[in-house]
Design a protein around this ligand. Sequence first.
Ligand code: GDP
Ligand code: MG
Length: 370
Amino acid sequence: PEHITVQELANRMAERAADIVKFLMQQGQMVRANDTLDADDAELIVEEFGHTVKRVSEADVETGFISSEDPEESKQPRAPVVAVMGHVDHGKTSLLDALRSTDVAAGEAGGITQHIGAYQVQLKSGDKITFLDTPGHAAFSAMRSRGAQATDIVILVVAADDGVMPQTIEAINHAKASGVPIIVAVNKVDKPDANPDKVLQQLLQYEIVVEQMGGEVQAIPVSALKKQGLEELAEAITLQSEILELKANPDRSAEGVVIESQVDKGRGPVATVLVKRGTLSRGQIVVAGSQWGKVRALVNERGQQMKDAGPSLPAEILGLDGAPEPGELFAVVESESRARELVDYRQRQRRDKSSGMSSGGASLEQMMAK
Ligand code: GDP
Ligand code: MG
């Protein structure tokens, strides 16, 4: 709802309605406890009374996934989620393919067979890294605008023979806007005309000061083709993630983000999701964007069935009634009726939006969510 009564607002702030009425009167507005306020007024009052207005993402509200931070003591270390970005042809796909070969779990389990939008590798050290492989920046932008930040670290791939190019700059801007730390992978150092130093020099213009230049951003020379520098790159990721102290509570109902989806001829709608917190299990009911379903199967990048998936683990889920959009949130809900309710709400929102009924701006729920 875009409106809230004075009384309800007072209740939520643990203040007296009479004090709100008095405050508004001083502002020249006559209201009674049962009158409704719009979002702007409510926000003003909340601030006036010394409470903080907490804005949560629209996605949380639309899907009803408003839930509080987990207590610190419930959290456990989780693997970093890494996105590879950079200019076309600078070697993003090649690097992701090369990094798969660093997976020590691959030998026993048969390697990564399917091309799914996200996969996790285990390093010799035992550390794990989740890589996101999305075709372009659009999916990342979608996630960001929905408040569904999925990425912890951006690997900025810059070809050493080509240097900084338009999409390199775009990726830098994206990472900065998201507040995600960058690790530079200077790729194609095997090429005769490679000039890694020039790349580091060029990056200065975009306020990326690498360690070699006295700054704090790690830059690793690599060759995806010759599989050089991969261990160093993995080490850099591990180091960066230690600095970030990434943690999540695995012992709660799962929430996360849709990375990609498709409707498969044999398997029906398939969504690759990344669990952000909690543990997703087979048989649970999930809502993903405006789709819902009972998780019939959870599949990893090796095509193996999983019983459950914890934080930072990507998985394909089968059993949804349609394909949710990349960047949309998913969450486990307690019942089918709750799932239907959320999906109905979401679809109504969409209809309202497309027919221009949306009032725009932050709704009260967005501000007031606890
Ligand atoms: P993307 O568009 O960023 O995903 O780039 P690709 O991974 O498709 O690579 C583009 C081209 O660069 C391909 O022909 C690759 O074989 C080549 N390439 C990628 N990495 C390297 C490298 O380290 N050295 C050399 N010499 N070529 C590379
Ligand atoms: Mg590619």
